[in-house]
Design a protein around this ligand. Structure first.
Ligand code: 13P
Ligand code: ZN
Length: 289
C-alpha cells in the first residue's frame, strides 16, 4: 500500500477510541524494528523523523526504503516530520514525499504560532499532506536525553486551543498537559481535566508527546479523552542501549558478534513498540480508514 496521511489514520482512531503510536526512526535498525512490531501486531503505525535527528539519518536515502516497505506491507503507514522547526526541513520533507508534517511553533507567541502554522497548513493541504500543530510547550527536549519535568505555566490554554485549531486548520493538535520529552523526573502527573476541556473545545484529534514513562492506565485515560496519536522514542532508545550493554557484558568484545548483537537490539526495540501498540489499542486495526 502507498503511505497514507495522518488525517486518514487519526480520524478513524479518534472516532473508534484508540491511539496510533508515532515512533521515531534514527536509522534502518529502528525502522525495521518498528515495522516488525506493526507487522506482528497487525497495527497501523506513524513513522516519525525528527528534524533534530537529521544529522543521524539521511532523508533521501531512507525514505525510498520506507516507501518500499509500505508497498509490501498490509498495514497503514504514515511518514511524519516530527518537530519541524524550520522551513528548510519542511520543504525537504515535502519534496521527499512525507504524508504528514508536524510544525512545532510552541516556542513562538500565540499570534506568531497561528500565523506560521496557518502558512504550513496552506502549503501542505494543497498537496494532500496532513499537518499537526503544537500549542503550549511539552517539557524536556525532543530526541530524549534529558530528565525533565513539564512547566505548568506552559500547559495548553483551552480557549487558545479552540482559536488555534479554528484559525490554522490543523488536522491534529499536540497538547501540553504535564507530558515531557525524555525521562520523567518523578512520576508523570497529567492534567486530565484540562485534556477533557481541550477535547470538548477542539474538533480535531489530539496528540500526546513525551510518551515514554507514562503508565498504561494514564494512556488509556488520555485516549478516552481525545488523544489519538502518541509519540514515543526514549523507551526505544533505552531498550537498545540496555540490550547492547548486556550483550557486551555477556559475550565480551569478539569482533564478529556485531551482527548477532544488532539482531538482539532490533528484537528488543520491536518488543517495546509492540507493547505500546497493545496499550494504545491499535492492534488489529491495520488498515482501518
Ligand atoms: P519520548 O522520547 O519522551 O517518548 O517523546 C517522544 C516524542 O515526543 C517525539 O516527538
Ligand atoms: Zn515530541
Amino acid at each position: 500500500m502507498p503511505l497514507v496521511t495522518l488525517k486518514e489514520v487519526l480520524d478513524t482512531a479518534y472516532r473508534e477510541g484508540y491511539a496510533v503510536g508515532a515512533f521515531n526512526i534514527i536509522d534502518l535498525e529502528f525502522l525495521e524494528a518498528i515495522v516488525l512490531a506493526a507487522h506482528r501486531k497487525n497495527s497501523p503505525v506513524i513513522l516519525n523523523i525528527a528534524e533534530v535527528h537529521f544529522p543521524f539519518v539521511n532523508l533521501e536515502h531512507i525514505v525510498p526504503v520506507v516507501k518500499e516497505i509500505a508497498r509490501e506491507e498490509h498495514f497503514d503507514m504514515v511518514l511524519n516530520l516530527d518537530h519541524g522547526l524550520t522551513m528548510e526541513a519542511i520543504e525537504r520533507a515535502i519534496a521527499n514525499g512525507f504524508t504528514s508534517i508536524m510544525f512545532d511553533g510552541s516556542h513562538l507567541d500565540f499570534d506568531e504560532n497561528v500565523k506560521q502554522t496557518r502558512e504550513v497548513v496552506k502549503m501542505c493541504h494543497a498537496v494532500n499532506i496532513s499537518v499537526e500543530g503544537e500549542l503550549g510547550a511539552v517539557g524536556g527536549a525532543e530526541g530524549g536525553g534529558l530528565v525533565g519535568k513539564a512547566d505548568p505555566s506552559k500547559y495548553t490554554d483551552v480557549v487558545q486551543a479552540k482559536e488555534f485549531a479554528r484559525q490554522t486548520g490543523v488536522d491534529a493538535l499536540a497538547v501540553a498537559i504535564g507530558n515531557s520529552h525524555g525521562k520523567y523526573k518523578g512520576e508523570p502527573d497529567l492534567d486530565f481535566q484540562r485534556l477533557k476541556a481541550i477535547r470538548d473545545a477542539v474538533a480535531v484529534p489530539l496528540v500526546l508527546h513525551g510518551g515514554s514513562g507514562i503508565s498504561a492506565a494514564d494512556f488509556r485515560n488520555a485516549i478516552s479523552l481525545g488523544i489519538a496519536k502518541i509519540n514515543f522514542f526514549t523507551g526505544m532508545s533505552e531498550a537498545a542501549i540496555q540490550t547492547t550493554t548486556s550483550y557486551v557484558q555477556r559475550i565480551g568484545t569478539q569482533y564478529n558478534d556485531y551482527p548477532m548483537m544488532m539482531k538482539e537490539v532490533k528484537e528488543s526495540v520491536a518488543a517495546v513498540v509492540a507493547e505500546q501498540m497493545e496499550i494504545f489499542g491499535s492492534t488489529g486495526k491495520a488498515a482501518n480508514h
